[in-house]
Design a binder for this molecule. Structure first.
Ligand code: UDP
Ligand code: MG
Length: 156
């Protein structure tokens, strides 16, 4: 099973959308293995968005991400990185397809509600950036056999 880091950005919290967004992931069948409410420190935001350093939106992005509390989530599931990125939609709210989180709830390019890791390598680095090992939980949900076909031993 794969894991990914999701951040419900300060606009999700301020707009009262966090329950709705978390529900979408739960309804999809993805497992929440880590979750906390936190304010991201500037140094951590700089590190998290280091790949965008020098771009015109970098300074305002760091300011936005540190402006208030966020929800940090670690989701687990089959192909969870691709699945959650698809559920998030395209980066800009005004371009994101209806049915996606960004497509349904936003129209901004900057205030786009949610971050999700974009590759297995970044997921690994991002999960450990925000979560200690003891803040992540290994547990079996009773409904797992109805989310995945487990008859072969591997989730299908
Ligand atoms: N962003 C922005 N203006 C841009 C591009 C990106 O404000 O022209 C912000 C936006 O909040 C986005 C974040 O910077 O989510 C990171 O950009 P990236 O291209 O990595 O998009 P994502 O992976 O979040 O879809
Ligand atoms: Mg990105």
């Amino acid at each position: 099973m794969d894991r990914t880091l999701i951040i419900l950005k300060p606009d999700s919290v301020e707009r009262g959308l966090i329950g709705n967004i978390i529900s979408r992931f739960e309804q999809k069948g993805l497992k929440i293995v880590g979750m906390k409410f936190s304010r991201i420190a500037p140094a951590v935001a700089h590190e998290h968005y280091a790949m965008h350093k020098g771009k015109p939106f970098y300074d305002s992005l760091v300011k936005f991400m540190t402006s208030g509390p966020v929800v940090l989530l670690v989701l687990e599931g089959n192909n969870v990185i691709d699945v959650s990125r698809k559920m998030m939609g395209a980066t800009f709210g005004y371009k994101a397809e209806p049915g996606t989180i960004r497509g349904d709830f936003g129209v901004s390019s900057a205030f786009n509600l949610i971050h999700g890791s974009d590759s297995p390598e970044t997921a690994k680095a991002e999960v450990s950036r925000f979560f200690k090992a003891e803040e992540l939980f290994d547990f079996n949900r009773a409904l797992e056999p109805w989310i995945y076909d487990l008859s072969s031993g591997n989730p299908q």
